[in-house]
Ligand binder design. Structure first.
Ligand code: CMP
Length: 137
């Protein structure tokens, strides 16, 4: 059993597709072990995405992630990290396989509907960033 972090980004929240995205997870063997809706401060977004701070898109990424509420979740299941990434599709929705969350709900590489941890190690760090132990069950 693995746990991974998922974020439904501001574009998807604005579009009103929280339920549709959550359904993709629950219908594919990923249980919602924790979930909350919140707005990231600039500091939150800068810290969460600190690994990308030297990348040219960092400013836009922080701007976008603070443009509206997000939904953060802990997904749990067998191979949760890779399963979630498969369900999301490629980072750039134009390259995302048909039937994936990004192909179906995302517009651009910035407004790409969801984030998912890229490794078990990062999943642990990202889960701890958002959730206290007592919020996960
Ligand atoms: P995410 O999985 O949240 O991780 C970092 C985000 O940066 C990524 O999704 C994209 O939304 C955004 N981003 C913008 N431009 C790029 C790029 N050229 N390469 C990778 N990620 C990018």
């Amino acid at each position: 059993m693995e746990q991974t972090l998922s974020i439904i980004k501001p574009d998807a929240v604005k579009k009103g597709v929280i339920g549709k995205i959550v359904d993709r997870f629950e219908s594919n063997g990923l249980r919602i072990a924790a979930m909350k809706k919140l707005e990231l401060s600039k500091k939150d977004a800068q810290n969460f995405y600190a690994v990308h701070r030297e990348r040219p898109f960092f400013g836009e990424l922080v701007e976008f992630m603070t443009s509206g509420p997000v939904v953060v979740m802990v997904l749990e299941g067998e191979d949760a990290v890779s399963k979630n990434r498969k369900l999301m599709g490629a980072t750039n929705p134009k390259e995302a396989e048909k039937g994936t969350i990004r192909a179906d709900f995302a517009e651009s590489i910035d407004a790409n509907a969801v984030h998912g941890s890229d490794s078990l190690e990062n999943a642990n760090i990202e889960i701890n960033f958002f959730f206290a132990k007592r919020e996960i069950s």
